[in-house]
Design a protein around this ligand. Structure first.
Ligand SMILES: NC(=O)c1ccc[n+]([C@@H]2O[C@H](COP(=O)([O-])OP(=O)(O)OC[C@H]3O[C@@H](n4cnc5c(N)ncnc54)[C@H](O)[C@@H]3O)[C@@H](O)[C@H]2O)c1
Length: 394
């Protein structure tokens, strides 16, 4: 089997998850097209890359990601640094001929996502994007049921992404809360996943109307380096520059309607991500916290039609790569193992398995439109989507 040298740039939460996923692909998928070799890890916090190399088995460590771009051992790079670095690192890696597994939202806005996509296309390298929730076997099952017409014509969807990760008033003022380094706040952080799920399940979004809010206007500056969602007790207060909350009405090219809501300061909500999809003859319900369960309502009863809980099993998405029988719980990291497999297949075959840079551009375009809609208090049409026949119906 061919070997591919891989690098990870930015060793916080996602850096670790990508690293473990590269290693685990072989454990779960007997036929990966290439075997990945952990070559180099980069992180600008002193000691962090060295510690990661020691613990996870990278051959070398560096504080300077440019050394990764110049490293001939490296064929593919995970870009798991903060959002403001996605464009610079993504473009440089693509120009250096490295395939990209890059985290969402791929930059601060659609311009950045387009720049990374253009660089990858020009260099002829693949770009897989970290929209991992679409990898859940229950989401794959939902997509199949919709495509098979099992819930009739899809009429409307509610997509919810509520979290409390930023709810604590002492949570540190990290890059996530700055426009220049974190971009649009909860839009890029959580709503991007919602847009990807909505597009993956219902097709392109035609137009939208959004409202946004910042509920916690100040946070404490951290004294030193941070990773993940750190606290900064007693730190000097600074302004939160991007959104805590977004609600958005969606019109799909199919004519379906939707509501997307995302919030990072929802006390009482831990990774409360999911959707309810309604069709003319049925409905589907999914909650990430019970990832292996899909609520399915179908039949010919219309009124009082029961909802069954389907426990996903072999035959639903990539479930069979993990467990031999239904209802053995999978976890978040498993979604990244599926994503790593998609990445290795895509870069070998040159065709899309899982979310790719075009999906990041589409999601970022919708997120930019949400920000504009909220600012200008009006509906915004998305470019490149032809209006549905019943756009003005209802
Ligand atoms: N797909 C998902 O579900 C998901 C979940 C969380 C985060 N993310 C995305 O992953 C990315 C990283 O998020 P995270 O939660 O891992 O953040 P994090 O803060 O935990 O980690 C970021 C790491 O990048 C490092 N870094 C910063 N500047 C660097 C530089 N110049 N060179 C090298 N390393 C540098 C930091 O030191 C840190 O270790 C973000 O884009 C985020 O949107 C995706």
């Amino acid at each position: 089997m061919r070997t591919l040298g891989v690098a990870v740039v930015g060793f916080g939460w996602m850096g670790r998850v990508h690293t473990q996923a590269y290693t685990r692909v072989l454990h779960h998928f007997p036929d990966p097209p290439v075997r990945s070799r952990l070559v180099v890890v980069a992180d600008d916090v002193p000691g962090r890359a060295e510690e990661a190399a020691e613990r996870y088995g990278f051959e070398t460590a560096t504080r300077d990601w440019r050394e990764v771009a110049a490293d001939p051992r490296v064929g593919a790079v995970s870009v798991t640094a903060p959002n403001f670095l996605h464009r610079e690192i993504g473009v440089a890696m693509a120009e250096a001929g490295k395939h990209l597994w890059i985290e969402k939202p791929v930059g601060l806005g659609a311009d950045d996502a387009r720049a990374v996509a253009a660089a990858a296309a020009a260099a002829g390298v693949w770009g897989t994007v970290g929209f991992n929730y679409r990898n859940a076997p229950a989401v794959a099952a939902a997509r199949e049921l919709i495509a098979a017409g099992e819930i009739g014509r899809v009429t409307h969807v509610r997509v919810r992404l509520f979290s409390d990760y930023a709810a604590h008033p002492e949570s540190a003022l990290t890059w996530r809360y700055e426009r220049a380094r974190g971009g649009s706040g909860v839009l890029g952080d959580l709503a991007s996943h919602g847009v990807d799920l909505a597009r993956h399940l219902l097709g392109e979004i035609d137009s939208l109307a959004a409202d946004t809010a910042v509920f916690l206007r100040e946070r404490a500056r951290p004294a030193g380096a941070t990773a993940g969602h750190a606290r900064a007790v007693g730190g000097e207060p600074g302004a939160v520059e991007n959104d805590d909350y977004v609600s958005c009405l969606l019109r799909f090219a199919s004519g379906a309607r939707g509501v997307l809501e995302a919030c990072r300061v929802s006390v009482g909500e831990q990774n409360s991500y999911g959707f309810e999809i309604h069709g003319t003859t049925g409905a589907l319900f999914w909650d990430f916290r019970r990832m292996g369960e899909l609520g399915v309502c179908r039949g010919t009863g219309y009124q009082d039609q029961p909802v069954s809980t389907v426990h996903v099993g072999p035959g639903h998405g990539a479930y069979g790569a993990f467990q031999p029988g239904a209802a053995n719980a999978m976890g978040y990291d498993d979604l990244k193992v599926i994503e790593a497999h998609h990445f290795l297949r895509s870069l070998t075959e040159g065709t899309a398995h899982g979310a790719c840079l075009a999906d990041a551009v589409a999601a970022a375009t919708a997120l930019d439109a949400m920000a504009r809609s909220a600012e200008e208090r009006r509906w915004v049409a998305l470019p490149g989507v032809s209006p549905p026949a019943d756009r003005h119906a209802g």
